[in-house]
Design a protein around this ligand. Structure first.
Ligand SMILES: [Zn+2]
Length: 462
């Protein structure tokens, strides 16, 4: 115990606490003690007396403490192509945007990553992810730039190193100039894993292998990508079952639906999580449950692109791990995860389960513990429990937007996005009083605008 005496403690008291542990334990008035980078204790009432090395004592009156939000699907680069092709379905939207996306370079991707990360962190995300799959030739070290932006913002991060190798001449959706070769994509992905993946407890940077989607990658890239991920011991991520058009594409090209196609290429398993999973029949859901394949539910993007409503209540009932994703901000301009907590709840109630579809606590669980599960980090983050990493958010619920709602979890999920008084990542403050501590938000706003304009200019030149 010699070390414990020297560890610095942060004590948070007088707040409501939603732990999101296995029993959904909550305290109307409770405390959280952080020691170094981990949670030392959580409980009702005041913190234990006589704690040593308390460097900070926070009065959380009027606040709710929850685990930090975990985002499980995003495309950071799209921050500089927001607000375009606003009235399209997925395939038409992709075809409209591919030519612009194919012109991105390192300064653009860095600025877009900064913007995406800043928006999420400010809104209570403590673990972010980026599925990046556009790597134009000669565009620089895009993966390195994205990882640098995440480090600077201070959030925990998974880079899903994406890829596309099925251009239009191979029957794919993207134009040939936007894709990599099979060998090039695999080699670059392996190099990214070797250079950046940290498997240790409390890692700030992890890498996943992430070919983009059935209609933009070859069967061989899926097969060999899965082999690569398992050889390296990293997770696998892709898009699946997003739209009726994708389903039709799979039946025409592969003679089977997306889930059967994924299973045939090694893409179901407890080390896999997939974005969307909107068009799933009962046997698809059973296959995900049997293999413990995770789902990143992205309700706002699915609505924006008229994709449909994922069967989240059925997935949860079957035991499928489900987290939330904002998806790329070219199909969800808000770019913050509170919108997804709220829309997961509301949009699923428009489905067959109606008012029984999801409640506020289930929505909060999707955005925290569920996200940790699908990123393979449920032993480290996603709930407030002793021994877990101190990734937590203190939400301010005593102002105009929320003060008249008695139940804090209801206020958080059903209400407007709540201000973040404090966000900790591994015990380190990242947001205080709604301001980012490690990046200059106004400077990021300017650079994202400049890079968006530069990209638009280059794309217009053709
Ligand atoms: Zn996506």
């Amino acid at each position: 115990m010699a070390v414990a005496h020297h560890v610095e403690r942060i004590v948070i008291e007088n707040c409501a606490v939603a732990t999101v542990d296995a029993d959904d334990t909550e305290y109307a008035t409770g405390h959280v003690v952080v020691a170094g980078d981990t949670i030392e204790s959580v409980g009702p009432g005041r913190a234990p007396e006589g704690l040593e090395n308390v460097v900070r004592r926070i009065d959380g009156t009027g606040h709710l403490a929850t685990p930090g939000l975990v985002n499980t699907h995003h495309h950071f680069y799209q921050w500089i192509t927001r607000g375009l092709a606003t009235d399209h379905n997925l395939f038409d939207w992709l075809v409209a945007l591919y030519p612009t996306w194919a012109r991105i370079d390192e300064p653009m991707v860095y600025a877009a990553a900064q913007g995406s990360l800043a928006m999420m962190a400010r809104g209570g995300v403590t673990t972010a992810m980026d599925h990046h799959y556009v790597y134009p030739r000669g565009s620089g070290d895009l993966s390195g730039a994205i990882i640098r932006a995440a480090r600077e913002t201070g959030v925990r991060f998974t880079l899903a190193r994406g890829s596309m190798d099925r251009g239009a001449s191979d029957g794919g959706l993207p134009p040939d100039f936007a894709v990599e070769t099979l060998e090039g994509a695999l080699a670059a992905t392996e190099e990214t894993v070797d250079r950046h993946h940290d498997p240790s407890f409390g890692a700030m940077t992890q890498i996943a292998v992430a070919p983009c989607s059935p209609f933009s990658v070859t069967t061989e890239l899926l097969r060999q990508g899965a082999e690569l991920a398992r050889r390296k011991g990293v997770r696998l991520h892709t898009h699946g079952s997003e739209t009726v058009e994708e389903e039709k594409f799979c039946h025409e090209l592969f003679g089977m639906g997306p889930t059967d196609y994924f299973e045939s290429t090694g893409w179901l398993g407890e080390d896999v999580w997939m974005a969307h999973c909107v068009h799933m029949n009962d046997s698809d859901i059973a296959a995900f449950a049997r293999t413990r394949t995770g789902v990143a539910h992205c309700p706002s993007s699915n609505a924006r692109l008229a994709a449909g409503i994922a069967r989240v209540p059925d997935m949860l009932a079957a035991g499928v791990p489900v987290g939330l994703g904002v998806d790329g901000t070219a199909s969800n301009e808000s770019g913050e995860l509170h919108t997804e907590l709220r829309n997961a709840l509301l949009i699923n109630r428009l489905g067959p389960h109606r008012e029984a579809a999801l409640n506020a606590r289930q929505a909060l669980r999707l955005g925290t513990y569920g996200g940790a599960q699908v990123l393979g980090r449920a032993a480290e983050i996603g709930s407030l429990e002793p021994g877990k990493l101190a990734d937590l958010v203190l939400w301010k619920l005593d102002t105009l937007a929320h003060a008249s709602i008695a139940d804090p979890v209801t206020a958080l999920v059903f209400g407007a996005a709540a201000p973040v008084t404090l966000s900790l990542v591994g015990g380190r403050p990242v947001v205080e009083n709604s301001r980012l501590l490690h990046v200059d938000e106004d400077a990021v706003a300017r650079s994202t605008r400049d890079e968006a304009q530069r990209l638009a200019r280059i794309a217009a030149e053709g």
